[in-house]
Ligand binder design. Structure first.
Ligand SMILES: [Zn+2]
Length: 687
């Protein structure tokens, strides 16, 4: 009998700035499977996390939504937890980084960093968005990479050449908050001198199997081979976060308090359950030898926060260090980055409306390995895999056997099965090792091999045929007893991934699946309840409907919360660089509502349509507009447009143009005329 392990697990804290999407779910499902597996093994495992609630983005989003930051994050927290419930993510505590527990723990760790002499104060020139009235976090700056010159890169690192740099070095920076060109302003910031922890980090990274090999190499190659840069840990007001107690007017940077949020959530769980914080996450000289194993699951984009800054902070405050940081790759859909315009940026709630939650859990599991490879959700492969593995193999075992033992129950003694159940027990050791090592893809392959053998067995016995002969009743009962026991064994192995199927299997055979070791003893003589439907075949049309809906919600974008998720591509293509104007400047432009009376092509001009616009009464204007690729003349006649009515007339080759029709877009087919709400009349002025 091995001693139960004590394990504390976290997933990266979801940012309280938007809804959960299927990209996030890769990690949450990965974490949940690992936690469920540990619990099933009889280990004391808790899953602790929270919403990450601080920073500039939250301030901006709350403002857009017209609520306070506190109201905004409360609403997000509720929404996130609703989605986790839907996807059967089972955690022990879900907190918020904006909690009193977190503030207190931040203070403790901050004092420890001060005492260790790791904090220095420096003037920092940072990009400042004059329109938003805030300094800009790196993530809110986009521009050209100073190293490889790739356009459209974030302010802290380049996705093309992986360079990291300071936002002030970005070429042609643009604030993604407002689309304006930021200015450089100076302010006092506090820094952690990470270089003082270099030798500690060097050793921690490279010893003890805390990190995957690729990560160790990445850290050595990108950070540890040279002096570590000081880490800017504060932001000046205004900032939504915790004010630094000994530095009024300055706030802890969101990345300081976010990982401490793991501890704060643990603290909340301890208060709830009467457990001792120190028994789980100890502090002091002996911390490494006591407490729980600490496992963080994160995506590769936040590697350096969790493998350099976080261990550095914990070490300075003498808290126990992570046992392991499990890092995964990103989700692609159809081998491409998730995209809002293509409808592949799918919200968790939208997925659940159209498709089976268990299907996604299984598909992700079948794709997740121990390394950092990206994971592709390919619609065709997804449908085929789920239908063939879960419906065609796993559920098929039960559906082909259960009805024949509905009245008799299972055989009194487990019959001879040619060694199949024993093979399943042996495979269980390998499957468990694969779960433990986060190689779920391997675990799923091994389980499907068992399912295939079980189906071969049932195909050979053909209970549906022999059941017609009353003399062979015992044979039928035995065959189905074997089939259902193999099904149950598989359901135990799949239960971290498919908790619902495990529940159904437990109900079918009147014995709930609560322990991994249940897969080692076959059931005999038990009653079989009537078989109820376990899983439906997936249809491609449902997947397509989901994509369609994801496109729609993007287009309408009416809800304030959703507008925060609009792409910044248009703003970046045409930044807000125009000088400020007075209201008098604006009123110089006479914008009017006009009706298109006539529209015709201009044979000599490729792009132009000749429009006759009526401004009410007899007032008409002839205008040439570059909208030929986007609009057919016949479709325009009768509609209302907005025209610049006092533009100096311009003599063109084809005639006089007496104004300009307003439109937006990048040109060609991407031209969108402004339209008017009902009630507007030709001649009305735009104010
Ligand atoms: Zn680059």
């Amino acid at each position: 009998m091995t001693l139960a392990r004590k394990i504390l697990v976290t997933a990266a804290l979801p940012y309280a700035n938007g809804p959960i999407h299927i990209g996030h779910l890769v990690e949450y499902i990965q974490t949940d499977i690992w936690v469920r597996f540990q619990k099933l093994m009889g280990n004391r495992c808790i899953f602790i996390w929270a919403d990450d609630t601080h920073g500039t983005a939250i301030m901006i989003s709350a403002k857009k939504a017209g609520v306070t930051e506190e109201e905004f994050i409360a609403r997000m927290n509720e929404e996130h937890q609703r989605d986790f419930g839907t996807f059967q993510i089972a955690y022990d505590n879900y907190g918020s980084t904006n909690s009193p527990e977190n503030r207190e723990l931040c203070g403790r760790i901050w004092s420890a960093l001060r005492q260790a002499g790791l904090i220095v104060e420096k003037d920092v020139s940072q990009l400042y968005d004059p329109v938003a009235g805030t300094f800009l976090a790196d993530r809110f700056v986009k521009g050209t990479c100073p190293k490889c010159k790739s356009p459209n890169q974030y302010g802290d690192n380049c996705e093309k050449c992986f360079a990291t740099y300071s936002a002030t070095d970005v070429i042609d920076p643009v604030s993604t908050l407002t689309g304006t060109k930021p200015e450089i302003r100076s302010a006092k910031h506090l820094f952690v001198e990470l270089e003082k922890l270099h030798s500690f980090l060097n050793e921690w990274v490279q010893s003890g199997n805390h990190l995957q090999t690729e990560i160790v190499n990445y850290l050595k190659g990108h950070f540890l081979h040279e002096p570590l840069r000081d880490w800017d840990i504060s932001r000046p007001a205004k900032y939504f976060g915790f004010e630094i107690p000994d530095s009024p007017g300055n706030y802890w940077f969101v990345w300081f308090d976010a990982p401490i949020g793991y501890m704060a959530s643990l603290e909340q769980w301890c208060k709830k359950t009467g457990e001792e914080f120190n028994d789980w996450w100890p502090q002091g000289d002996d911390a490494e030898n006591t407490g729980a194993e600490i496992h963080h699951f994160i995506g590769k984009d936040i590697t350096y926060f969790h493998t350099l800054f976080w261990p550095g902070m914990l070490h300075a405050a003498k808290f126990k260090l992570p046992t392991k940081v499990h890092i995964h790759g990103f989700l692609t859909v159809g081998s491409e980055k998730m995209s809002k315009s293509k409808g592949t940026f799918i919200k968790a709630a939208t997925y659940a409306k159209h498709l089976d939650v268990s299907a996604l859990r299984y598909y992700y599991a079948s794709k997740l390995g121990p390394r950092l490879d990206d994971l592709d959700l390919n619609p065709g492969e997804f449908i085929d895999k789920v239908n063939s593995d879960l419906v065609g193999k796993v559920v098929n075992i039960a559906s082909r056997c259960a009805k024949f033992v509905q009245t008799s129950g299972l055989s009194a003694k487990y019959p001879d099965d040619g060694g199949l159940f024993m093979q399943g027990i042996a495979a269980g050791k390998e499957i468990a090792a694969a779960y433990e090592g986060c190689d779920y893809a391997r675990a799923m392959r091994l389980i499907m091999e068992l399912a295939a053998s079980a189906n071969v067995y049932i195909d050979g016995k053909e209970p549906w045929k022999i059941a017609k002969d009353p003399a062979r009743a015992q044979e039928v009962q035995d065959a189905c007893t074997v089939g259902l026991n193999l099904f149950r064994q598989i359901a135990v192995y799949l239960s971290p991934v498919l908790p619902k199927l495990a529940e159904q299997a437990g109900a079918l055979l009147n014995e709930p699946i609560t322990k991994w070791e249940r897969a080692q003893t076959p059931l005999s003589g038990t009653k079989v309840t009537s078989f109820s439907h376990m899983m439906k075949r997936l249809e491609l049309k449902d997947f397509e409907a989901m994509i369609e809906e994801s496109k729609e919600s993007q287009e309408s974008g009416v809800k304030s919360q959703e507008s925060a998720a609009d792409s910044d591509a248009a703003l970046l293509a045409e930044p807000l660089v125009a000088d400020l104007i007075s209201i008098d400047d604006f009123t110089k432009i006479d914008l009017r509502v006009a009706r298109v009376i006539n529209a015709e092509e201009v044979p000599e001009a490729k792009k132009l349509l000749k429009l006759t616009l009526g401004l009410g009464g007899d007032v008409k204007r002839q205008v040439f507009a570059g909208i030929k690729a986007a609009y057919k003349p016949a479709d325009l006649v009768g509609r209302l447009v907005i025209v610049v009515a006092n533009l100096q007339p311009r003599q063109m080759k084809f005639g006089l143009s007496e104004g300009m029709v307003t439109a937006c877009g990048t040109g060609g087919e991407e031209v969108f005329l402004l339209s008017l709400d009902e009630g507007a009349k030709p001649g009305m002025r735009v104010h």
